[in-house]
Ligand binder design. Structure first.
Ligand SMILES: *[C@@H]1O[C@H](CO)[C@@H](O)[C@H](O)[C@H]1NC(C)=O
Length: 802
């Protein structure tokens, strides 16, 4: 077959075009040109590399194939080391144009054009304008994918195109970094935008030729010089950070002639090596000793190699951004919704803006920025967002202060220390009270003097029309119930504001969700939640008791849940023990009933869209109650699914079609429920694909165990009793059915409820969840340093309950 097609193609010019087309077509249709099972290192014209097939270099070290990334979800063609424990992607053919998960193939047409074919999109060409009819594409032992024109005898005539000319974020041994004077082409690396997002990011690595004739590596951030390597030797550069003892394995070469000028490296013992420019501006081969570490040269850094940039007067070397949990007290963030910027862009901009005191990214996919100003309240205990907060780091390191410190200590030692501490504590507390009281008095004044707000009328009329007896509480009564929103009464921080515990005069305990002031998006959420939840009545949904609207104060009043939320128990090594299997079953069933009610039996048909352990509240008897309807969406009875431009929700619980295409339906809730089930059985959190041991990707991990017949290994170790093992296996099985890639394959909630209730009902065999299992650690190496997002949830603008 091979020789026939080669001959046909090489004689193309002598054949009448029609016959040629006919033959080519028939070759295609035969399908015999699909790859056989034997390993191949090349594609010839007419051949197809399927979605789940790989090219393998002749020596077996490199592979080329399709793989998925998760943030945003997409399918990419690229190369990797066969035995790379970090599973790093070396090169990506379509970093800007991900295709849908679960499909796509690579083929070479009769003209020698290599292209990715996929449903619902035009083919993505790799070697456009660099084609010749008698070509092959081969994955070489260097990891380079090369398209070459062949002579009739099969020898190479010329190289047409090679992937090494189009580097992404990785430099491999033998790759060039520099410039070709003949073509004017520059070989530079470009960082990914975020950990799982290979779209071009802010950093680039180049071979810098200018500075007084010295050649050095240079990292730029958004075009500005960021770091310079200094002079290079045989195996390191002056400004490389910690030099691993392994650094001696390198052999650098510096080449300059009339054709080109470049840097490249080789590895002495031929081991796995790849220099990665990460989305945080780190340059590394090994995880433990980066040449340049994450965010090294931001703020006012004097680290070796950092290029000093001018900072505004309000910033100096004693300040930097540190990652802290909590919230900004009185701030409405300034948003930048540009999805081509990520956390280090936000860092740079906030640094250069004196009114900015902190930031985080806008979306779950770690792009966009939210900038804050003003006071930051740290709160480590609760489950709050992470922010990068401007922090003064000067005190412990400044020299002159240290000299003074010894005699200060003597004085302090003479005075009874405890008395001072107590005094200061009282002083602070008093000041704080006074401040709060003044502020509150002003607010109250303002509120009582103002006319009745239009909002109040509108909403209460709305609710009345629907015939619900929601209480309308006065602002003063809530101030009294929550002890003036005291910190002691604060239960936590929701997506749109803090939640307080309160007690009404009649003794009833309540939870008050106070929406952040001046938050326009919060208002939409508020109305959505109010209108929706006022119409819902089910024992497994949290009950709304009333609300309060006064000008820009908006509050929802719920029944109080003494046992907080499921995640509080489930992911805590000690508290988890309180959840025996019986309780867990009860929780799973309760959640299932609650969702079923939303989907089927409520007067509306509701997709919750943000089901997760943190939104499952537990009452005094540990019965689950679904909460947080801020993102919920009402469906018409005959509406099958809907689409949104702005994907919101919580990473780890989002179904592939929702995360990827913004499509949501009842089945996306089923997916989140499946993840919840697996979490409840295992006591582990589904973190997604970032965990180096691949244990954080719970869905993938469950699959691996299940496929090996070791499903019970998933069981939480605190569930020691083996009586319920059969039931546990059944629950895992149902969980896997719920997290299947294709929405159509997943059961409905009523299927799920009957599967759980009826233990003899045979269960279908789940399809492997490719989307969730293929990925291990991919892309830029993830470390906690680089995790920039504050798992933001943003409002959806098109929520309008119909
Ligand atoms: C988004 O950010 C990128 C990178 O800074 C910039 O090139 C682009 O112009 C921005 N787009 C908009 C719409 O501002």
């Amino acid at each position: 077959m091979k020789s026939i097609s080669a001959i046909l193609v090489s004689q193309k010019s002598q054949l009448p075009t029609a016959i040629y087309v006919l033959i080519t077509l028939s070759c295609w249709c035969l399908g015999g040109l699909q790859f056989s099972h034997a390993q191949k290192d090349a594609i010839k014209p007419g051949e197809v590399l399927g979605y789940s097939q790989q090219l393998v270099s002749a020596d077996g070290r490199f592979q080329l194939g399709f793989f998925n990334l998760s943030n945003p979800v997409g399918n990419y063609l690229g190369t990797w080391y066969t035995n790379d424990t970090l599973n790093h992607r070396l090169w990506i053919a379509n970093p800007d144009t991900p295709i849908s998960v679960g499909q796509g193939n690579l083929t070479m047409d009769g003209d020698g054009l290599l292209k990715i074919l996929h449903d619902g999109g035009s083919p993505i060409p790799l070697n456009a304008n660099k084609t010749a009819p008698n070509s092959i594409a081969a994955l070489e032992n260097s990891g380079n994918l090369v398209v070459k024109e062949l002579n009739p005898d099969g020898s190479t005539k010329r190289i047409l195109w090679e992937s090494f000319d189009y580097p992404t974020n990785t430099l491999l041994p033998g790759m060039k970094l520099g410039i070709s004077y003949k073509t004017g082409k520059r070989w530079t690396l470009t960082s990914w935008l975020a950990r799982e997002n290979p779209a071009p990011g802010g950093f680039s690595l180049e071979w810098n030729l200018t500075a007084n004739g010295m050649r050095q590596l240079a990292i730029r951030h958004r075009g500005d010089m960021y770091w310079l390597s200094g002079v290079g030797s045989n195996s390191y550069f002056a400004n490389f950070g910690s030099i691993s003892s392994d650094a001696g394995i390198y052999n650098f070469s510096y080449v300059t002639n009339e054709n080109e000028s470049y840097f490249s490296y080789s590895v002495l013992d031929g081991r796995i090596s790849r220099w990665i420019l990460t989305s945080g501006g780190a340059l590394m081969d090994f995880l433990d000793s980066p040449f340049v570490s994450f965010g090294l040269c931001f703020s006012d850094s004097s680290a070796p190699g950092c290029v000093q940039r001018s900072s505004p007067i309000c910033r100096n070397s004693s300040k930097t951004f540190q990652k802290r949990k909590g919230y900004f007290v009185s701030s409405s963030p300034r948003l930048d919704e540009n999805s081509s910027i990520s956390v280090y862009d936000c860092w740079d901009r906030c640094w250069n803006d004196c009114s900015c005191d902190g930031f985080c990214t806008l979306q779950d996919i770690e792009t966009g920025c939210r900038f804050f100003g003003g006071e930051f309240a740290e709160d480590k205990a609760s489950n709050l967002e992470d922010f990068f907060v401007l922090t003064d780091i000067s005190e412990p390191v400044e020299e002159p202060r240290r000299k003074k410190i010894w005699w200060i200590w003597i004085i302090v030692g003479l005075v009874p220390v405890p008395a001072i501490i107590i005094f200061l504590w009282f002083l602070r507390k008093k000041l704080h009270w006074d401040l709060e009281r003044n502020r509150e008095a002003a607010t109250l004044n303002e509120l009582t003097s103002s006319r009745r707000s239009g909002d109040t009328n509108e909403i209460s009329n709305d609710a009345e029309k629907r015939g619900h007896d929601l209480k309308v509480l006065s602002f003063q009564s809530i101030v009294a119930a929550t002890d003036n929103f005291s910190t002691e009464n604060k239960l936590g921080q929701g997506g749109f504001g803090p939640v307080y515990k309160g007690r009404l005069p009649d003794g009833q305990e309540i939870a008050v969700k106070r929406l952040s002031r001046r938050s326009g998006q919060g208002l939409v959420e508020f109305k959505n939640e109010l209108v929706l939840i006022a119409r819902l009545q089910h024992t497994n949904l949290v009950r709304l008791l009333g609300y309060c609207v006064k000008e820009d104060e908006k509050m929802l009043i719920y029944e109080y849940m003494p046992n907080k939320s499921l995640d509080f128990f489930l992911f805590d090594p000690k508290k988890r023990e309180l959840l025996d299997w019986k309780r867990r079953c009860n929780i799973i069933e309760g959640i299932a009933q609650g969702i079923l009610y939303l989907h089927r039996y409520s007067r509306l048909r509701i997709i919750h869209r943000d089901l997760k352990a943190g939104n499952i509240l537990l009452d005094a008897d540990m019965n689950p109650k679904i909460s947080d309807f801020g993102l919920a969406r009402v469906f018409e009875r005959d509406e099958a699914d809907a689409k949104t431009q702005r994907v919101v929700g919580t990473y780890g619980y989002m179904s592939p079609e929702y995360a990827m295409q913004g499509k949501f339906s009842e089945k996306s809730d089923v997916y989140s429920f499946g993840v919840l089930m697996l979490e409840i059985v295992s006591g582990r959190k589904n973190k997604g694909a970032f965990d180096p041991e691949n244990t954080g990707n719970l869905v993938g991990y469950t699959w691996e165990l299940w496929a090996k017949g070791r499903g019970l290994d998933l069981k939480d170790s605190t569930l020691s009793d083996s009586d319920s093992d059969n039931q546990i296996l059944r629950y895992i099985h149902v969980g896997l059915l719920c997290v299947q890639d294709y929405a159509a394959d997943r059961p409905t909630m009523s299927d799920v409820v009957s599967m759980l209730a009826n233990e003899t009902l045979p269960l279908p065999i789940p399809n492997r969840a490719v989307f969730s299992t293929q990925r291990k650690l991919s892309g830029a190496i993830s470390t906690s340093d680089e995790k920039g997002s504050c798992s933001a949830r943003i409002t959806i603008s098109e929520i309008d309950p119909r």
